[in-house]
Write a protein that binds this ligand. Structure first.
Ligand code: OGA
Ligand code: MN
Length: 286
């Protein structure tokens, strides 16, 4: 088997063939996948059955240390007994569909806002890897936005005006937008984090807008002006020309770079259809 990249767009999203993720140990193939991430930002691997342990171990081989302090871990015990594996599903610990009034369901719903993973933490998320287990017959696609493309196509004046700015990201804010409030005790565990609004990716030297539903304000700016700027930029970055829509098949495995993409889940009747995926996310360190 030889690894091959089949780009969906010249520099955004590629489907990868010739790799069995759970059996990938050799440094050359792992490095080829990292180079693919530099080039495309989102990689799609089809037909990749894997256990929880195999998913965790691959994520560590590819990109180092895993995030374990997810927002969900503040609300409930991990269904898999390992906080390195985030449960992206609409079921509870007993495998039953979450009811519309269940608190845990908000995590599921908030994924429908454009975001990038763990931006409300420092270190934030670097690579996220999602393994699809149960996918319903109705459409439950995930959309990805190209934040390098979006930065490149800002006009020079806009680029200049946002240079050097930092945004504060908070999950307390993004959940509040949907009408969900954490308790004071939970809030203490979720202080948020500030990150540059524009980042330069160390390997490719490409520049990317770093935005998310979690971005609550621009540091040192009045809240209203900052929030308006963030809305304008998110609107710009999520125009159809920057967006790819992934239609899931069970055993799909998708890796994305949170530093140069945003993503969101699409809406479906989650109180009726079961959908189960598992995510590993690496820490943006080194
Ligand atoms: C995620 C996420 C979107 C989806 O796993 O981080 O936002 O469509 N998922 O499930
Ligand atoms: Mn996400």
């Amino acid at each position: 088997m030889t690894i091959a990249f089949h780009p969906v767009r010249p520099d955004f999203v590629a489907e990868v063939t010739g790799v069995k993720i759970r059996d990938t140990y050799d440094p050359e193939t792992l490095e080829a996948i990292r180079c693919g991430m530099d080039a495309y930002g989102v990689l799609i691997f089809r037909d990749q059955p894997m256990s929880a342990e195999e998913q965790i171990s691959f994520a560590q081989r590819l990109d180092g240390t895993l995030h374990t302090k997810t927002s969900v871990s503040v609300l409930a015990a991990n269904r898999f007994g390992n906080d390195a594996l985030t449960d992206i599903s609409n079921v509870n610990a007993d495998g039953e569909l979450l009811k519309s009034n269940e608190r845990l369901r908000i995590g599921h719903l908030s994924n429908r806002l454009w975001h990038t993973d763990a931006s409300f933490q420092d270190p934030a998320g670097r690579f996220s890897m999602l393994s699809a287990k149960v996918i319903p017959e109705v459409s439950t696609d995930t959309e990805y936005a190209d934040m390098c493309g979006a930065y490149d196509l800002l006009d020079e004046q806009a680029k200049e005006s946002i240079e050097g700015l930092r945004a504060h990201h908070s999950i307390v804010y993004s959940r509040h937008v949907l009408g969900f409030d954490f308790t004071d005790e939970e809030k203490e565990k979720l202080p948020g984090a500030a990150h540059p609004l524009v980042r330069t990716l160390p390997r490719s030297q490409r520049r990317a807008l770093y935005l998310a539903s979690h971005a609550s304000h621009i540091v040192d700016w009045p809240v209203a002006e900052g929030r308006l700027l963030l809305r304008d930029l998110i609107e710009h970055a999520t125009q159809p020309r920057f967006v790819y829509r992934h239609a899931w098949t069970p055993d799909d495995f998708v890796i994305w770079d949170n530093r140069k993409t945003m993503h969101r889940a699409s809406s479906f009747d989650d109180t009726k259809y079961r959908r189960e995926l598992r995510r590993t996310t690496t820490l943006d360190i080194d």
